[in-house]
Ligand binder design. Structure first.
Ligand code: AMP
Ligand code: MG
Length: 353
């Protein structure tokens, strides 16, 4: 089997790790609606369905009007990105790129160019464990119908998966997939990018503190009216009860956090769990982890590296997190939890775990 060759990098951050036993995740907001401060600032929250998922925006503002105006702009930005980066939409940049695979370059917006460029960078830094050209394999899997694709088909389509066949021309603002049948899927990076853009929009509209959660891809800035940082929960990937059970909560100080987990889209067949994060070397679900949470200063890094580290598995994944200078929590396939050293300052594990 091919091995991912993770390139050595200039970013050397030497940190020791710390192991814990048990549990996993999902990211849940722990914010309190409308908590008031002496300055009469309040937290305003709105949730909408965008990018085929739940998007929640919290902002600290002096008035509902100001909050509504800023949140409206941020939701507008997410909507625009959703239309252009969706794998399923027939319109927009991504579908044009896919329709023209093996045919020719497609002119795209600066946002699309940026997100693809960043995705390719993550591929390069993870030896291809992250690969947005995994689309032909992804489209074989139907998790809702609990259908495992034919092994021969999976093998055959591996010949269409390779981020090195993406050509980006920044001057012309074009993107090209080099082979017919290739499919780009930005599902592992677009939500983090949308969270980044939404935060920019909130700031442009005078908001000093807020939190944007595009499903499990979250970015926070500023402090809450009580002077405390925003806090999010990390879900246990193997829920025992009905309710969302957390393994830990994390303080976010001007940071982004993302979680990739094997519980988001999956089915179990003959005692084996098949989920939506694929190993681009094999076309099958990656096996080393139950979930990976990554904290970074921007949403694109947190989103793309949580997926990449999941594929790399706990050891290589932890090595990449340290090298990149990101913080994170890995819950391996046995339920063992390992964090980067810096994560210890921000994370609080739930007592019952
Ligand atoms: P996330 O939940 O951010 O980890 O993203 C998972 C989604 O990214 C999947 O539903 C696929 O659409 C896509 N994906 C799956 N495996 C990979 C991979 N190895 N590299 C890039 N994208 C992937
Ligand atoms: Mg991701």
């Amino acid at each position: 089997m091919k091995q991912f060759k993770v390139p050595s990098s200039k970013f050397k951050v030497n940190r020791s790790t710390c192991s814990f036993s048990l549990l996993t995740l999902y990211v849940l907001l722990l914010t309190v609606l409308m908590s008031c401060s002496p300055k009469k600032e309040s937290i305003y929250r709105k949730t909408m369905i965008q990018m085929d998922t739940l998007v929640t925006i919290n902002v600290v503002a002096e008035s509902g009007e100001k909050a509504d105006m800023a949140m409206g702009k941020a939701f507008g930005e997410i909507d625009k990105l959703g239309a252009s980066l969706s794998f399923f939409s027939d319109e927009g940049d991504l579908s044009s790129i896919n329709r023209n695979a093996g045919i020719g370059p497609v002119r795209v917006s600066p946002d699309t160019m940026e997100v693809i460029e960043r995705a390719v960078l993550t591929s390069e830094r993870t030896g291809g464990a992250f690969d947005v050209t995994v689309g032909p394999e992804i489209s074989l899997w139907d998790f809702a119908a609990k259908q495992k694709p034919d092994d021969g088909k999976i093998r055959e389509r591996l010949g269409l998966v390779n981020y090195q066949w993406i050509t980006l021309d920044k001057k012309e603002s074009t993107v090209e997939l080099g082979r017919k049948g290739m499919l780009m899927d930005l599902g592992a990076v677009a939500k983090g990018f949308a969270a980044d853009r939404a935060v920019e929009e909130l700031k442009k509209n005078g908001i000093k503190s807020g939190l944007v959660a595009v499903a499990g891809d979250i970015r926070a800035f500023g402090l809450k009216p009580d002077g405390k940082p925003w806090r999010v929960g990390i879900r246990n990937p193997r829920q025992k009860g009905k309710d969302d059970e957390l393994v830990a909560t994390v303080e976010l100080r001007d940071m982004a956090i993302s979680t990739s987990g094997d519980y988001e889209r999956y089915f179990v067949m003959d005692g084996k769990r098949y989920h939506h994060i694929l190993d681009p070397r094999t076309g099958y679900p990656a096996e080393g982890c139950r979930s990976v949470t990554v904290m970074a200063t921007d949403g694109v890094s947190a989103d793309s590296f949580s997926t990449a580290v999941f594929v790399l598995g706990p050891e290589k994944g932890m090595e990449v997190l340290r090298r990149m200078g990101f913080e994170g929590l890995i819950i391996d396939k046995e339920g063992n939890m390992t964090t980067t050293a810096g994560m210890k300052d921000a994370i609080e594990f739930q007592r019952s775990n």
